[in-house]
Design a protein around this ligand. Structure first.
Ligand code: SF4
Length: 529
């Protein structure tokens, strides 16, 4: 998809035409004028400086101080490295993918619908010329899955200055901000929450000493952001640290940032540290500098990253995901022992916890359900119809393992219940004598407004049925969800550092006017579907 945007002051007009595979868009940003009002081109003096020299990492403190994102600065093959990192983070979003590149003077980018290898070919990657790049894997949490919403979003405003942004998370005040800008006559060309950030930056460029800081202070919700400007990358984590974001370094010293450490491992980078909640990390030819945009406060890390979302090999919020999941399984066995012949993981979501459960209970671990590894994950696909089809394709029960056996099945969550019911029926048809389902987190009863796309509460089975009713609905012999206390005992940081709102209903931020997934859709945007 090729886009062009023309502007005359506040009156914006833009056009869009399709060209390329998968609805992809290869777009030199200089061809499009997204002249909102101003430009973000100001970097405040750092509170402290981190400089990279070869593989060494020196730090001098001078004073105070749903999606996957990635960025790298100072690499001749930046687009190819970004592709690899995005591939490693494919589990964080499968609807669309995109890369934006800087050659030091201007930006270019390409986005498309589909998996990373469906969007990018070697030829496409070779077309990028630049030493810096950012990338994005999208699963839509605000805005529908459509080509015009694929990220990185790219824009140009003010005096021809350029910006690209990739966002993981969800802004709960995006609707209010967008309404305000639309009332002022500004035009949005996506239905994502992320676009309001560009408008904020453009506006604050007119008056603020540090437009980035001033803009971020208006945001409420979850945001791990990677911005690309022609002369720098800025990586930002919200003050609550809902989503992970880490800083790394390539063997040749090129700094990089990623949602998860698994992406750094994939490109041969070493992890330096997590980007702190409320921190902006700037990366340019001079090295890495950092500053804060909010006071330090108690974090609200998403515990569901550990339970379900992150790659098991990643290290997030101070713990390795695989180790936490095994601990969840051990705790589950402590809380809900039952006599059984074998422990069977629900592939692949329950495998780590099932290992822990088997180890703690002394019941043998067996692979009784075999996954088809070429079918995508079910939870993050957008429609009920797609989900059911995927489940039928995805799992095959090994009759000899389960027939006549008392089995403990371990999974990481039950959301709607319909998918789980289908899995339990498959086991029963294969001859399982008793089915004891163990879930490595508490019942999900409430919506998430911070980047995980749970269905409406009316569709959450635990919000509408008692434990016994869920057990009967699933037609199983027993059911246990890990307690909230048990879950939080499996991570190293204190319990108060985690968001558990989807289990408890206690949100850390005011969610009286949250933005739901399709709230920012506008009728005229349908022409771009
Ligand atoms: S509500 Fe649940 S899924 Fe959402 S951020 Fe909090 S813990 Fe994570």
């Amino acid at each position: 998809m090729n886009r062009s945007i023309a502007s005359d002051g506040c009156n914006l007009s833009w056009s869009l035409s399709h060209a390329g595979d998968n609805g992809g868009s290869h777009r030199p940003i200089a061809d499009r004028r997204f002249a909102i009002t101003s430009l973000v081109d100001h970097v405040r003096e750092p509170s402290y400086r981190v400089s990279f020299t070869g593989t060494t990492h020196a730090m001098t403190h001078e004073a105070k101080h749903k999606c996957g994102v990635f960025g790298i600065w100072g690499a001749s093959d930046a687009a190819h490295i970004t592709y690899t990192a995005m591939y490693a983070q494919q589990h964080r979003g499968q609807e669309s993918a995109g890369i934006a590149v800087s050659n030091g003077k201007s930006l270019s980018g390409y986005t498309g619908m589909g998996l990373v290898p469906e969007v990018f070919t070697t030829d496409k990657l070779d077309q990028f010329e630049g030493h810096a790049a950012i990338g994005h894997n999208r699963y839509s949490t605000t805005g529908s899955p459509r080509a015009s919403n694929a990220q990185p979003l790219m824009a140009e405003y003010g005096g021809g200055k350029q910006i690209a942004v990739a966002h993981n998370g969800n802004l709960i005040n995006a609707g209010l901000l967008r309404d305000r800008y639309e009332q002022q006559g500004q035009i949005f060309h996506t239905s994502t929450d992320t676009e309001v950030i560009i408008h904020l930056l453009a506006k604050h460029h007119l008056s603020a000493t540090d437009p980035m800081v001033d803009s971020l202070q208006h945001l409420q919700g979850a945001y791990s952001l990677v911005f690309l400007f022609p002369d720098r990358i800025e990586a930002v984590r919200d003050p609550w640290g809902f989503r992970p974001l880490v800083l790394g370094e390539m063997p040749d010293g090129a700094p990089c940032v990623a949602s998860e450490t698994v992406a750094l491992d994939a490109i041969g980078a070493r992890t330096i540290r997590e980007i702190e909640p409320g921190e902006i990390v700037t990366i340019n030819d001079d090295g890495v500098t950092t500053r804060r945009f909010s006071a330090v406060q108690t974090p609200a890390h998403c515990i569901f990253e550990h339970v379900y979302f992150a790659n098991p090999s990643s290290r997030i919020f101070g713990d390795t995901v695989q180790i936490v999941r095994e601990r969840l399984g051990e705790k589950l066995a402590e809380e809900s022992h039952v006599d059984a012949d074998c422990v069977i993981p629900m592939p692949d979501s329950g495998r780590s916890a099932a290992l822990g459960y088997a180890r703690a209970s002394g019941i043998s671990f067996r692979e009784g359900i075999v996954p088809n590894r070429y079918v995508g994950r079910t939870f993050i696909q957008p429609s009920q119809k797609q989900r059911i089809n995927s489940v039928q394709l995805k799992l095959n029960v090994v009759g000899e393992v389960v027939s006549g056996k008392r089995i403990v099945v371990v999974d990481d969550s039950v959301v709607r219940g319909t998918t789980t019911k289908g899995k339990m029926a498959q086991l029963r048809r294969a001859g399982a004598k008793e089915i004891h389902l163990r879930i490595s987190c508490p019942p999900v009863k409430h919506a998430c407004y911070f980047g995980i796309d749970f269905p409406d509460e009316k569709q959450l089975i635990a919000a509408n049925k008692t434990l016994d009713e869920i057990r009967d609905f699933l037609e199983i012999d027993s059911l246990h969800f890990l307690s909230r206390e048990g879950m939080l005992s499996c991570v190293t940081p204190p319990p108060e550092n985690f968001c558990t709102a989807c289990f408890s209903g206690q949100y850390r931020l005011n969610v009286e006017q949250p933005v739901n997934k399709l709230d920012l859709e506008r009728h005229q945007l349908r022409m771009f579907s």
